[in-house]
Design a protein around this ligand. Structure first.
Ligand SMILES: [Cu+2]
Length: 260
């Protein structure tokens, strides 16, 4: 992990006085991960954060925020309100579910210039919420420039289930894609065993398919990072590389309790 070591070194020099590790994730986190008659709406919080360490970063107004259900995409950008998340700028929306369906929420952020990595970052971030018992369509790609398509149905899972997904870039599988994985350590209750444990890493096979067994109940983020085939200007007007992230968040429930 030469590149990682170099980046951490540079970051500790230049950018982050606290020396935090570098896995930032686009986040789209709803209050409710399953919608039913008792829970018909949810807030969704959008951010760009270090989910395990609870270190926030400012998220500029996203470029797009949409929901796709039954093949129809609706623009939700105008519903976003600024909110503070991990002591930084985030955005919040509230959404009312009216019909059964598999709701795929997608945030496309404004490119984020990261001096420590000398590139711009765009994390296409997706969270899939089932409503009123429907379970068809969770495996349909949205058609994003890059995305993770779940192969495990991304809801109704218990902690300890293995997640499986396919990394797509321009609609094609990415052989050997590297996927960073992080647990959303809500309220910072957990302490990591070492810096290595904060972000876990798995590689995809020749078809861009990866597997990971999630050992804690809660939200897990998967981020497959690839280099774009274009550049963007940095704040000084120089052309710089662009990191495209395909990010997917899934929720794993606690194990069921015994009947009393
Ligand atoms: Cu960061």
């Amino acid at each position: 992990m030469k590149r990682f070591a170099v980046i951490v070194f540079l970051a500790s020099m230049l950018c982050f006085p606290t020396g935090h590790a570098l896995a930032h994730f686009g986040m789209v986190i709803p209050d409710q991960h399953i919608i039913n008659q008792e829970k018909k709406d949810t807030h969704l919080t959008l951010s760009f954060s270090h989910p395990f360490e609870n270190i926030g970063m400012d998220l500029a107004q996203p470029k797009k925020f949409t929901v796709t259900v039954n093949g129809k995409t609706t623009d939700l950008l105008s519903t976003l309100q600024p909110v503070s998340f991990m002591e930084h700028k985030g955005w919040q929306s509230s959404f009312r579910f009216t019909r059964p369906g598999i709701y795929q929420f997608v945030m496309e952020p404004t490119p984020y210039w990261e001096p420590a990595e000398d590139l711009s970052i765009i994390h296409y971030t997706k969270t899939i919420i089932p409503a009123f018992g429907d379970d068809e369509g969770w495996d349909i790609p949205i058609g994003l420039p890059t995305e993770i398509v779940p192969l495990l149905r991304p809801f109704g899972n218990y902690v300890g289930n293995s997640f499986s997904g396919q990394v797509l870039l321009k609609g094609k599988p990415v052989a050997g894609a590297e996927v960073e994985i992080e647990f959303y350590n809500k309220a910072n209750k957990l302490r990591s065993k070492s810096d290595y444990h904060v972000t876990q890493v798995v590689k995809a096979d020749d078809n861009g398919i990866f597997n990971f067994t999630c050992p804690l109940a809660g939200w897990w983020g998967f981020a497959a990072l690839n280099e774009a085939d274009y550049t963007l200007k940095n704040p000084e007007g120089m052309d710089k590389d662009v990191e495209l992230g395909a990010v997917l968040w899934i929720y794993l429930d606690e194990l069921p309790e015994a009947r009393k």
